[in-house]
Design a protein around this ligand. Structure first.
Ligand code: UD1
Length: 428
């Protein structure tokens, strides 16, 4: 087991380069199945979810070559099965994108029920609704989902819930369906647009991504393509908040500032200084922060994935801030951990009330999920003294070289291996 040891109290200062977007890349790798040809993906984040997808593609017969730390050549012409290996697929959420792409190419897909962060109920009924509308049938068998069809037909699908995953899976399934598909009440996140752009580069005809309605004309053939993944909005937001919370000064590079408007405006509301450039933003911390309220929403609203991270700054802001979570049931588990560090947060169902405190104190805490882990890293960087964070495998699912990037900004963070015995001794 590994943990982070962080000695906080120093402002983070300098420049950081943001990696490719996790939530885009985890959909683009399964999308290469549609090409049945060679694709080159650039700016792919080297994180554990991506490594699992590479292993899935390899075990299914694809050839995956790492051209550089962030670029991959993927040849899916040699795929020889429609079954995603259970032990790999079950470990993370995005493995379900193989449902859409395998169904589209082969008319058959067998994918384990997806894992991922425990944020409360994570149903996939809207994915299944889309596959069914396109003419597929599904069944569940011993933790595997099987979806199959003789013939995918374009359809008009109105989603009951705005879902990132269902929107992407429906696009993947519909690109080669006969006729036209119209998807309504879709998600509009930057990674939805990225997936549509990649599909079009491979020969698909997808229009309207980024709006409420997506129109897809089915094409007969798709082909290989070279494509660059967009910058990670959530990683960028994490470093922006880290600059403010540690009262530092960070130039966050390789970003798309329009994707960061909502976090920029919330940071400004607290009093932090944010300067925007063409492909960078600079955040300068101040000595005192003002309270502000946050309600998470699908894009272009405040992203739920940045809610825990922003929560750290609200712990330190003067007065009362109210955070309302409207996407996930269990997104506030990080608050118990922050309270161990001296925060004053009361959680009632999907609302958390943050009473600002003077400072956070070091403590041993646990990363309960990916973004909770990122929040605790920032909190520990703020708290003067030594904190320990366990369960960091969650953090490493989503952040490339987080230790290296924070150290380059002057943060005192180390990753250490904990012998099993030591953990047991501490637990008693
Ligand atoms: C994606 C992101 C995740 C982010 C979330 C919301 C990836 C790999 N993960 O997750 O980091 O927190 O978007 O921005 O991209 N829902 C249903 N039925 C469905 C699907 C979803 O009811 O079939 C509900 C969910 O329970 C949730 C809401 O819709 O309340 C949004 O979920 P969704 O957008 O699908 O999230 P994910 O794609 O799983």
């Amino acid at each position: 087991m590994e943990k982070y040891i962080i000695t906080g109290g120093k402002p983070l200062k300098g420049e950081v380069i943001i990696s490719g977007a996790k939530n885009a890349a985890v959909a683009l790798l399964p999308a290469t199945v549609l090409a049945g040809d060679v694709c080159v993906l650039e700016n792919v984040p080297d994180i554990s979810d991506i490594r699992k997808e590479i292993e899935i593609l390899r075990q299914m017969g694809a050839k995956v070559t790492r051209l550089s730390p962030s670029s991959l050549e993927i040849d899916t012409s040699t795929l020889n099965t429609t079954e995603v290996p259970l032990e790999l697929g079950i470990k993370f959420r995005a493995s379900y994108y193989f449902l859409g792409s395998l169904l589209s190419r082969f008319g058959d897909a067998n994918v384990p029920m997806p894992g991922g962060c425990d944020l409360g109920a994570r149903p996939i009924d809207q994915h299944l609704k889309a596959f069914t509308a396109l003419g597929a049938a599904y069944e569940l068998d011993y933790a595997m989902i099987n979806v199959k069809t003789d013939n995918l037909q374009g359809a008009h699908i109105f989603f009951d819930t705005v879902s990132v995953g269902a929107t992407i899976n429906a696009m993947l399934a519909a690109v080669k369906a006969k006729g036209t598909t119209i998807l309504e009440n879709v998600a509009k996140e930057p990674h939805i647009v990225d997936v549509a752009n990649f599909l079009n580069t491979m020969g698909a005809d997808v229009r309207g991504a980024g709006t409420d309605v997506i129109k897809i004309r089915g094409v007969e053939r798709m082909h290989g393509a070279t494509y660059t993944v967009i910058p990670d909005q959530i990683e960028a937001g994490t470093f922006m908040v880290a600059a403010a919370a540690t009262r530092g000064d960070i130039l966050v590079k390789n970003v798309t500032p329009e994707h960061l408007e909502i976090i920029t405006s919330k940071l400004r509301a607290t009093g932090a200084v944010v300067e925007e450039f063409d492909e960078a933003v600079r955040v300068i911390g101040v000595s005192e922060y003002q309270n502000t309220n946050i309600k998470t929403r699908p894009h272009p609203g405040f992203p739920t994935d940045l809610q825990p991270v922003m929560g750290v700054l609200l712990c330190l802001a003067k007065g009362t801030s109210i955070v309302t979570e409207s996407i996930w049931d269990s997104r506030f588990r990080y608050c118990d951990e922050l309270n161990k560090m001296g925060a004053n947060i009361q959680v009632e169902s999907r609302v958390a009330v943050f009473e600002g405190v003077e400072k956070l104190q070091p403590a041993p805490v646990k990363a309960t999920d990916l973004r909770a882990g990122a929040a605790l890293v920032i909190a520990a960087l703020c708290a003067e003294g030594q904190s320990e964070i366990t369960e960091i495998q969650h953090v490493e699912r989503g952040y490339v070289d987080i230790v290296k990037k924070i150290r380059a900004l002057g943060g005192d963070i180390r990753k250490v291996v904990v012998p099993e015995g030591e953990v047991l001794k501490k637990a008693h």
